[in-house]
Design a protein around this ligand. Structure first.
Ligand code: SF4
Ligand code: SF4
Length: 301
């Protein structure tokens, strides 16, 4: 949160902040239930220890906030759901190119969960703060909004009208797509090829998608200030699905298909060598098909 934290920290009483102070788990386990106003949870639940802590936090806090894209959707870790956990462990600890004489740790370590499941499918989550990472202005807007309106009022708004209403109508987050806020010039989109991000030099004024770069703007929620297209690179979708979009990757595939009618579907597929990493980089665990089903075909090196 940078130095803007200094504006809000005097209004908060911090009961547990593992990244900053050496609290022990028993410190939070011993708290009376519902004795914390807000519990922020960062990251996804990869291990049984993560799940345990998430459940404890849910018991101790009146409201739980998923902080960031991993916490909200599973994030990039969700792509591990294309493996089963035994294959994933072998890949990470034994066969990855960077591993030398690896071993799979088994002593004094928590067990892995079989798949990444979004935190809000493990316990109820009251509010999500998107972004990888969330940007300072938006964190401050939410924390300051809770302070300004009062914790009980904010909780009542969520209960009565839902999280989306709180974020857009009360706190002023845009209910739009990235494209709605992007100032790059757009004409009629009609693709004849797909380029990887590193191919060619893009025109700084024109829509990146129209220049054949897969920009997730049409399927992604606005709110980050269109940071990536403004910096010359396509949006990869870290804010998750746009309002009223159930599956971010499916929406983007649909958008792409509608502007690529002149490309044979098989050819189009070959132009996107990493479909999961392209369309579901942050959202796979929350998507309509959130994990591998059936047998995986493992290619021999
Ligand atoms: S696709 Fe990307 S570059 Fe094009 S308008 Fe949308 S956000 Fe901007
Ligand atoms: S432009 Fe897209 S990838 Fe970049 S920060 Fe915003 S939502 Fe995330």
């Amino acid at each position: 949160m940078h130095e803007k934290l200094l504006d809000v920290i005097p209004h908060l009483e911090v009961a547990h902040w593992a990244a900053v102070v050496d609290f022990k788990y028993k410190d939070i386990e011993n708290l009376p239930d519902s004795s914390l106003d807000i519990g922020f949870v960062e990251g996804c639940s990869r291990t049984d220890e993560d799940v345990h802590l998430l459940k404890i936090l849910r018991k101790k806090a009146k409201a739980v906030v998923a902080f960031g894209t991993c916490s909200s959707f599973g994030g990039v870790y969700g792509m591990c759901n294309t493996y089963d956990i035994e294959e994933a462990k072998k890949r990470k600890f034994l066969t990855a190119d960077s591993v030398v004489e690896g071993t799979i740790p088994s002593v004094n370590v928590p067990d892995f969960e079989p798949f990444i499941v979004p935190n809000d499918e493990i316990v109820p989550v009251d509010l999500h703060i998107w972004g990888c990472p969330p940007i300072t202005d938006n964190i401050v807007r939410i924390v300051a909004g809770v302070i300004e309106h009062g914790f009980d009022t904010v909780v009542n708004i969520i209960v009565e009208h839902g999280e989306e209403y709180l974020l857009t109508e009360v706190l002023g987050f845009p209910a739009k797509t990235q494209c709605d806020e992007c100032e790059r010039e757009r004409e009629e989109k009609k693709l004849t090829e797909i380029k990887r991000d590193f191919e060619g030099i893009s025109d700084p004024e024109k829509c990146l998608l129209e220049q054949s770069y897969i920009c997730m703007g049409p399927a992604t929620r606005a709110g980050c200030g269109v940071q990536c297209p403004n910096a010359g690179v396509p949006c990869v979708g870290c804010w998750g699905p746009a309002p009223n979009v159930r599956d971010q990757g499916a929406k983007m595939i649909s958008a792409l298909a509608s502007i690529s009618k002149d490309i044979d579907p098989d050819t189009l597929l070959k132009m996107v060598p990493d479909a999961v990493g392209t369309f579901y980089r942050f959202y796979l665990a929350k998507s309509l098909i959130p994990r591998r089903v059936g047998e995986q075909v493992v290619k021999e090196a």
